[in-house]
Design a protein around this ligand. Structure first.
Ligand code: ZN
Ligand code: ZN
Length: 255
């Protein structure tokens, strides 16, 4: 699988870090993990094949994770690149996804779901397992962040796996959920003294990494508090037990 970082930042506007979005290419297709407003244009900037996107996972309904979706659908409805597309676009997220998208649509009578191709909206329950792309199994668990927020674990036919925590507070269950993953994509919003309990700071992210023993961990969702701090140098203090990668917009990793 190949992961491209579209946005390694949070909701706060930042000159180098767009808000959340990750493009995953697997044998069975292309999956977008979260869709911030910035992610829509970042896909084009990275020359990714966005007209052929197969599925979208929305980890939760904070706008730095889902705010780009209505704009993306508004674009695909009208752009020449999607007029001959026939395969469906499938959108997955937690309880309330259908109502959220309906509200977006009705706010401006946009007809977001009258597309040249079918759009399927699927609400996922925590603990559910399903096939998110052909040959790519997904499992989700609830996270302490928002009522509908979930972490997702993706496993391909060969057993290669990645876990995306998305936004979350500290919970040891995440460590169990991420155990042994080939890539653990974990939020690390704050360096220290986090101002809210429903995000992670470095000590917690490193603790979960040591516990989960992934092959690699990529930290993301950085608040501007991180500016000027050498993240990788800081991580060394914790002996994380695996390679640590700092997410940067445009970074590509294969696993
Ligand atoms: Zn966020
Ligand atoms: Zn959030």
């Amino acid at each position: 699988m190949k992961l491209t970082v579209l946005g390694s930042g949070c909701a706060v506007p930042h000159p180098e870090r767009a808000s959340s979005g990750f493009w995953l290419e697997a044998a069975g297709g292309k999956l977008l993990l979260d869709c911030s407003a910035a992610a829509v244009h970042r896909m084009a900037q990275e020359k990714l094949d966005w007209p052929e996107l197969d599925a979208i996972w929305l980890s939760h309904f904070h706008l730095d994770h889902c705010g780009g979706l209505p704009a993306f659908l508004f674009g695909t409805r009208h752009t020449p690149q999607t007029q001959t597309r026939k395969k469906p676009l499938r959108i997955f997220g937690g309880k309330g996804l259908k109502n959220l998208l309906k509200a977006f649509d009705e706010a401006g009578n946009y007809k977001l779901f009258q597309q040249p191709f079918p759009v399927e909206i699927v609400e996922i329950e925590p603990q559910e397992k399903w096939e998110i792309l052909p040959g790519l199994t997904a499992a989700a668990i609830s996270t302490p962040h928002k009522e509908e927020s979930m972490a997702i674990r993706l496993t391909d036919a060969g057993g290669v796996s990645m876990v995306y925590t998305a936004d979350t507070g500290f919970d040891m269950i995440l460590g169990d959920f991420a155990r042994g993953a080939d890539l653990l994509l974990m939020e690390c919003s704050f360096y220290q003294n986090k101002p809210v309990k429903y995000h992670l700071e470095l000590t917690e992210a490193m603790y979960l990494t040591r516990y989960a023993e992934p092959k690699r961990v990529m930290l993301t969702h950085f608040y501007p508090e991180w500016d000027g701090i050498d993240l990788l140098e800081e991580c060394k203090r914790f002996s994380p037990g695996c390679e640590v990668i700092e997410a940067k917009d445009g970074l590509v990793v294969e696993f």
